[in-house]
Design a protein. Sequence first.
Length: 153
Amino acid sequence: MIFVTLGTHHQPFPRLIAGLAGLPADELVIQHGPTEPPPGVREAVRFLDFEGMAERVRAADLVITHAGVGSILLARREGHTPIVVPRLRRHGEHVDNHQVELAVALARERKVIAVWDPANLPAAVASAPRNREIRVSVPGPLHTAVREALLGA
């Protein structure tokens, strides 16, 4: 199953929906917000509460998302390297390009797979690691510092 989330932002994101056309509709579960979902998908829901989102992310083999920090953090927490399609100001998808900045920074660290043209989603999906293929990395310095602060050295 491929879980797609467009987030809760009020501006539609039809560019990402159009990019899904090259993917198998019966594998797509989409949280679409104010954007009309494509026909024939396995599940399409306008909005989900946090637990509904978490359930679908946990069950997914792959996550495609806008470059919203909450969606990315949830996908990462559940072991995914999400495919992110940033909303762009020039297309009226957001008020500025902060999602571009986040996607660039996280792609540089290989924490996400950034897709700039949704027409490239099928290729990104074909080459992306599935959740079950991802291995948990060694905790970083922040994780270690928090653990030591909470539990003692």
